[in-house]
Design a protein around this ligand. Structure first.
Ligand SMILES: C[S@@+](CC[C@H](N)C(=O)[O-])C[C@H]1O[C@@H](n2cnc3c(N)ncnc32)[C@H](O)[C@@H]1O
Length: 272
């Protein structure tokens, strides 16, 4: 990995099965969120992967969106998922086998894609750039491997938009520090168009969705990941964390809970 600041949870060196299991839980719960589903649908529609095309999902995680690409390109096409985390790659491979999909998963780094120039018709990259210290270089790599006329869809969170309630101002500030620091580039969402333009891509459209976890759909593994990290870093005590969880759970129980963050997306193409 050439990224000097991979986040601990997504560090490919972190092969602890318990950590991988928690990552899969978080990714699966986010995948079920209506905002993520809508933004993914928008991005797939703009990407418009067609039968016979060669496509890539950079940082494919559990591989769900590579499966969507594989269906779109059909038996004559190629859907690759690039994923450096061996545990996530194994989950993606297993899910593709179970689904009878032709999606294939590769080890590799977004900063040095293992593909020749102008090799692909379409590339997507979701919630990966925020984990890179040099995301502009990763977008330049995606532009390099696209053929002239090839399409790109970039989706990412902007962590300055993280809101949680109820929590006291001090706890809110500790949790905001955790989410901002967990990402090497926490303002990735607002910079997708900038990086696309810098890479020579023509930006065609932008979109956003607020990922709203209401009291019926609280992503508890995400809340616990953030709370646990706040304790590990000494920003809050264990007692404060436990009280926070109790207050959030009680609020969720009576419909008074709020957790949200905004995700942005850009659709672009490589000019001919
Ligand atoms: C938040 S997850 C998103 C996974 C998936 N794209 C999704 O939307 O569910 C971030 C992903 O980026 C991957 N990742 C981290 N550093 C990477 C790098 N340098 N190159 C490619 N992928 C990377 C992680 O392994 C992880 O799968």
């Amino acid at each position: 990995m050439t990224d000097p600041r991979p986040t601990s949870a997504f560090d490919p060196g972190n092969t602890d099965p318990a950590v991988t299991g928690r990552l899969v839980d978080v990714l699966d719960q986010l995948a079920a969120s209506p905002g993520v589903r809508r933004l993914r649908a928008w991005a797939h529609e703009r990407l418009a992967a067609a039968a016979g095309e060669r496509t890539l999902d950079v940082g494919s995680g559990t591989g769900s969106e590579t499966l969507v690409l594989a269906t779109a390109v059909g038996p004559d096409g190629t859907a690759l998922g690039l994923e450096p985390h061996p545990g996530l790659r194994a989950v993606a491979e297993q899910r593709a086998a179970e689904a009878g999909s032709r999606a294939r998963y590769l080890d590799g780094d977004a900063l040095a894609l293992p593909l020749p120039d102008a090799d692909l018709d379409a590339v997507r990259c979701e919630r990966v750039l925020q984990h890179l210290a040099d995301p502009a270089r990763a977008v330049a790599e995606m532009a390099r491997v696209l053929r002239p006329g090839g399409r790109a869809a970039l989706l990412d969170t902007d962590w300055s938009t993280f809101l949680i309630h109820p929590a006291s101002p001090a706890i809110r500030s500790a949790l905001a520090t955790v989410v901002q620091d967990a990402a090497a580039t926490p303002d990735a969402g607002r910079r997708l168009a900038e990086w696309s333009a810098d890479a020579g891509l023509a930006v065609d459209a932008t979109a956003s969705e607020v990922l709203l976890h209401d009291h019926r759909s609280v992503t508890w593994p995400l809340v616990q990941m953030i709370g646990g990290e706040a304790v590990t870093r000494g920003l809050i005590t264990e007692a404060q964390r436990d009280r926070l969880y109790e207050e959030l759970a009680a609020a969720a129980e009576r419909g008074a809970f709020h957790l949200s963050v905004t995700m942005f997306a850009v659709a672009a193409h490589r000019p001919r």
